[in-house]
Design a protein around this ligand. Structure first.
Ligand SMILES: O=c1[nH]c(=O)c2[nH]c(=O)[nH]c2[nH]1
Length: 300
């Protein structure tokens, strides 16, 4: 006898681009391009165990819903748009018990033409993405996470690594000057002060956009200015600074690959010295993760 212990389904990779026109001049525009995933849980067991499709809200319907809501609502405030989608599925289908929404936003930025940001031309600023995840359940669970992904950084000095554990397996040489490179994956979990009732107002007041901008700036600034003792120490400092930006942030998580660049050995060529040419090692890479929360003894 087999038993279904868990299930979830929905649509992934639903993509759209939406234009926002300035009411005073429709040629002044903004765009948002996103990939959305919506997954549903609920009374769907018979569709797996009895081949009874009657409870299934087709994933095609899920896709249509995302696209129609993109047209009729404002997806530019991504956290609020995630909540609009979750609210829809919970309100429309009694047998849905929870909804997971993931939104990944590409970075289209206006660029300078004749020293002025062009009205409607954009450049894709690298692979960087803004992300948000919302889990909402019918019984009132509300867990919102926002973040940055795939922000690739490199510094050519101002990073060290020494004083680590050494044993008979250790070959790494300590250094006080190395290249540091990573793809930033940073996310922050919002506290239960954010609810389905106040998320719209908080979005309109700029909380999520401002926090995203601050978290990005903290990441970039600390990466550049700190003489990093290790990835671990730098990511902890970044997370601690982000926590300070809003009392509504409960925790901050960083996951950083340590992308290695190895100095090439040219001594075989007339004993040529080299401290300039490096090999970007595709693998393996270090992978370092930490979650930082507020000290429960502190006030904020
Ligand atoms: O910042 C670092 N942290 C490590 O844990 C580690 N391990 C390693 O080989 N190099 C580095 N660098």
């Amino acid at each position: 006898m087999s038993v279904l212990v868990d299930s979830i389904y929905g649509k992934d990779n639903v993509k759209f681009l939406k234009i926002k026109r300035d009411p005073s001049n429709p040629k002044i525009q903004d765009v948002i391009e996103v990939t959305v995933k919506v997954l549903l849980k609920g009374a769907f067991d018979v569709s797996y165990t009895k081949a009874d499709n009657s409870p299934i809200v087709p994933t095609d319907t899920v896709k249509n819903t995302i696209l129609i809501k993109a047209r009729t609502e404002d997806p530019f405030l991504v956290e609020n748009f995630a909540n609009i989608l979750a609210s829809h599925f919970l309100a429309k289908y009694d047998h849905i018990s929870s909804v997971d929404v993931d939104i990944i936003q590409l970075r289209w930025s206006k660029y300078l033409v004749n020293d002025k940001f062009h009205d409607h031309s954009f450049i894709k600023d690298g692979d960087e993405k803004r992300i948000c995840h919302l889990f909402r359940s019918r019984v009132g669970d509300f867990k919102l996470t926002s973040g940055i992904k795939d922000l690739t950084l490199l510094k050519s000095t101002g990073s060290m690594f020494y004083g680590y554990n050494k044993c008979d397996y250790t070959t790494l040489k300590p250094t006080n000057d190395r290249i540091l490179s990573t793809d930033v994956d940073a996310s922050w979990v919002w506290s239960n002060q954010i609810t389905s009732s106040n998320i719209s107002d908080l979005s309109n007041n700029g909380l999520f956009d401002k926090t995203y901008a601050s978290a990005r700036k903290i990441t970039l600034d600390l990466f550049a200015t700190q003489n990093s003792p290790s990835v671990q120490a730098t990511m902890y400092d970044m997370a601690s600074e982000i926590l300070k930006t809003s009392s509504k942030i409960k925790s901050v998580t960083y996951t950083l690959p340590n992308k290695h660049y190895f100095l090439m050995d040219f001594s075989w060529f007339n004993n040529l010295k080299n401290d300039e040419v490096f090999y970007p090692s595709p693998h393996p890479n270090g992978l370092i993760n930490c979650t930082v929360t507020r000290d429960p003894k502190s006030k904020l």
